[in-house]
Design a protein. Sequence first.
Length: 487
Amino acid sequence: MADSRRRFRNKKRDESCSGLLTPVTIARREDSTRMMQPKILLKKDRDREQETWDRERDKDRKLERDREAESSPSSYPDTPPTIKTMIVNRTGEVRPADRCQMPLAGGALGQGSGQLSAVPSSSVCSALVSSEPTSRDKGSCSGGARTAGTSAGAPNALQEHQPPRMNRPTPLIVANGIFNANARKLFHKTNTDFTVIGVLGGQSSGKSTLLNLLAAERSLDYDYYQHLFSPEADECIFATRHKFKPNNGQKSILRPRTETLQFFITRERHILLDTPPLMPVSKESDHHDLHSLGTMAQLLSVCHILILVIDGLALEQLRLINAALRLRPTFPCKGYVRDHLPQVVFVRTRAQRIDFEIQQRERLDKKLAYLYGPTGLPIYRGKGDARCLNSFLLPEVSSNKATAFHCCLGELVRQFRERILGSTRISMCHTSTELSEAIWFEILAESARKTAPHFEKIYAEIKLRHLDTRCQWRSDNRRMFSSNAES
């Protein structure tokens, strides 16, 4: 059995060996990566190699500089015709993107003016004009034109969404107490970096003049007195001259220049609100408190910073502020802070020399803190030991020059702007709500819609309960007294 198996195996091996042998070629790949043994360098070897590299690099740079000095910048004889070397002339008047578009402008530049031939040979346009553009060059130029058009179209698209810039104030309350809803287009829809600054004060106290100082930033050598303070002032954003109303042939009555609520938006997106005077002399006595309360309540609800102009201490103004804080309506706006109060800055206008003395200033600050402290208004600035009343003094000026008790008018205006624009901006909405200019305008419209009917209703109730009752009581007592006298 074992022999038969052995014979079969040997027979099979002989048959396989009897066939033709197929040659086999064994090739070795020359591009195979060799195993590199990592070389451990000592510190001195590494420094030596670094010096060698630096030496070779300096040598290459020197050769390049010599080659550039030998060859002319406008001629390269060894350069193939398919490769163009363009040297940018950074002092040229026309940019490369604009020069690239010259051949595509319709042929008007190349037909007779000869402007293209006058371009210096060291500029980018010389290489483009001297040779006829190929298809690739045309494509690159057209692509550059498209890129330039796209980049130029982006600012245009942004400018379309930008509100128009204001050059004069716009009233918010038009005739018959109607709110000006068309002013919505002057406010940015998405901007949240803005500040609302309002002003309150008596008649002829300087409210519009203070807003004119905040309307634009000017240099220290600007003639403030000639353009903003003098009777011939010609650069006032808010009008400061008074109106005269004839009174049936009698002596004319002085009317306030600002009769309605007005606003102006500066370049820095500061919204300035100018208001009618508190307790004006030209309005009916029955509506003094009504109009003043409505204006004051509106500014307390929509301002970040409120300027209170004081030309001496007026208790009527304090009484109106207390009444407006208690009687102002609440706004059901989503995200609005319920008891929002603006940062208050007291500005003493027409200050005399004695008002700038340290003792007199401390006495004035103590009076203001005693009178306005119980109202709950944020009237202080600073923290800790630096906490003091937020007040500012502006003297009665007759020129731009400095005096013995105050600096020049330009420096005073700079300090005033820093004090107002650097005050703490108290937010009127919660942190989760993004307050944009458009949303703020809606809050202002809501406050205007609610304030006037609210105070008219309060005035009617007060008149019905107290004024009419007192008049009726007086008439009844007069009848009783007359009947008793007759009897």
